[in-house]
Design a protein around this ligand. Structure first.
Ligand code: PMP
Length: 428
């Protein structure tokens, strides 16, 4: 039987194929040998009604950051991390084009082997200036920023304490390090305290890792309470502000800025792939010794540096959306307030979502998939988050709000969510 995508796009349409998952005859020996392939192969039945994996759809961007096209149909994008609409800001686009015209499209070398250009140094200096910190290291992604910092800092004799909802890059970095790793329940300061007392390194070689704004629950870390635990045991505090940089805080620097406790944070990591609208990661730190991380991590030393158009765009975005971005943050918060009234009003305060990340938790994965498909049919792209990626294994729909969304678009989303909430039982 011809696939729907084949009919619309022809056989050559490069969608992420479900053929392998669906047609058991295609199973190769690799599936028997590889545990992860086996798990996905076993999911075939769950996705059998779909033409494409929802986790790998090809959605085309348009000239409007809130709109996508999918199979020639316009879709409203609420599965976004483009919180300030930076991808499409005229000054950001122009700066990327100017950088191409002046310096070409690629760096073609690692930072330590001839790949460092003035633009890298300018972005690093600007980040240190904005955060009033001793130093900044740029990375190719936010993932690498966390991964590299933890593999280098987590030396033998160290203990790393990680909130259970921290990003995978923090887990992977600490797992690949020589440190011992302990996980504490999400935002549970009492449990972290107990762990620090019981398991903390006696000489204070402890690292506590949290996200500022959690990407999968939309909640915020109680940074002041966490910082106070230094009375119990000393530790280095690393905060991943990937989703909060640009969106929260009086200066748009994130949750530590919002809670007025930036001075208590030793290392701030984050990404340029969300509010900054581009790609790249950063680690901003108090202690200038951390510059040495550059020479200690193969995953920094042996990979090509970010290219000029990315850096040109990032520099322009730092100026427009961080330094001069209060208007965009006001627009974003106006949009968030509307959705917050609808969603936060119907859940326990412990699940509150104070930033631009919103969730609807549903009872079963089948309900979540059906609701997600319904949203797609109605012209809305939302993120479908299924176990094991969803916190506490609760299936959910995730929404990201942007300053670029109009109030009319937010109202349309509210109507859709009201319908879904009436039709499917909540998963809280
Ligand atoms: N930290 C958090 C909390 C994230 O959500 C993400 C990306 N989703 C990252 C780090 C990684 O950022 P990047 O996409 O730039 O690798």
């Amino acid at each position: 039987m011809r696939r729907e995508t084949d009919r619309i796009f022809g056989q050559d349409h490069p969608s992420i194929s479900l053929h392998l998952l669906r047609e058991k005859g295609n199973a190769s020996a690799l599936i028997d040998d590889n545990k992860l392939f086996r798990q996905w192969f076993a999911r075939a039945d769950f996705f059998k009604h779909l033409d494409e994996l929802p986790l790998g759809l090809s959605l085309e961007p348009t000239d409007d950051p809130t709109l996508l096209t999918y199979r020639n149909k316009t879709i409203l994008n609420f599965g976004t991390n483009n919180y300030l609409g930076s991808t499409h800001l005229p000054e950001v686009r122009q700066a990327a084009k100017d950088a191409i015209d002046k310096f070409g499209v690629g760096s073609t070398a690692s930072r330590l082997a001839g790949g460092t250009q003035q633009l890298h140094l300018k972005v690093e200096a600007e980040m240190s200036r904005i955060f009033k910190r001793a130093g900044t290291i740029l990375f190719n992604t936010g993932y690498l920023a966390n991964f590299v910092m933890l593999t280098v800092l987590g030396q033998s004799g160290y203990c790393v304490f990680i909130d259970e909802e921290c990003h995978a890059s923090i887990y992977e970095g600490s797992q690949r390090s020589e440190a011992k790793q302990y996980r504490f329940r999400h935002n549970n300061v009492d449990q972290l305290k107990a762990l620090l007392i019981k398991r903390g390194a006696p000489d204070g070689r402890n690292i506590v890792c949290v996200d500022g704004l959690y990407s999968m629950s939309g909640s915020v870390a109680p940074l002041n309470d966490i910082a106070k635990l230094r009375d119990v045991a000393p530790f280095l505090l690393l905060v991943d502000e990937a989703h909060s940089f640009g969106t929260l805080g009086a200066n748009g620097l994130g949750v530590a800025d919002m809670l007025d406790c930036l001075h208590t944070v030793d290392v701030i990591t984050g990404t340029f792939s969300k509010s900054i609208g581009s790609i790249g990661g950063f680690s901003v730190f108090k202690d200038p010794t951390l510059e040495l991380v550059r020479f200690a991590a193969p995953s920094y030393m042996y990979t090509a540096a970010l290219p000029p158009p990315t850096l040109g765009g990032v520099l322009a975005a730092l100026d427009r959306v961080i330094v001069r971005g209060d208007d965009l943050r006001a627009a974003l918060h106006g949009n968030c307030k509307r959705l917050s009234e609808l969603l936060n009003g119907s859940i326990e305060p412990e699940y509150a979502m104070p930033g631009p990340v919103f969730l609807l938790r549903l009872r079963t994965a089948a309900d979540a998939l059906e609701a997600w498909r319904y949203a797609m049919e109605q012209g809305f792209y939302l993120n479908l988050v299924l176990p094991p990626a969803s916190p506490r294994g609760i299936p959910m729909l995730r929404m990201g709000v942007s300053a670029a969304h109009s109030s009319g678009q937010i109202e349309q989303l509210c109507d859709l969510l009201r319908f879904i909430m009436r039709r499917y039982p909540a998963g809280y």
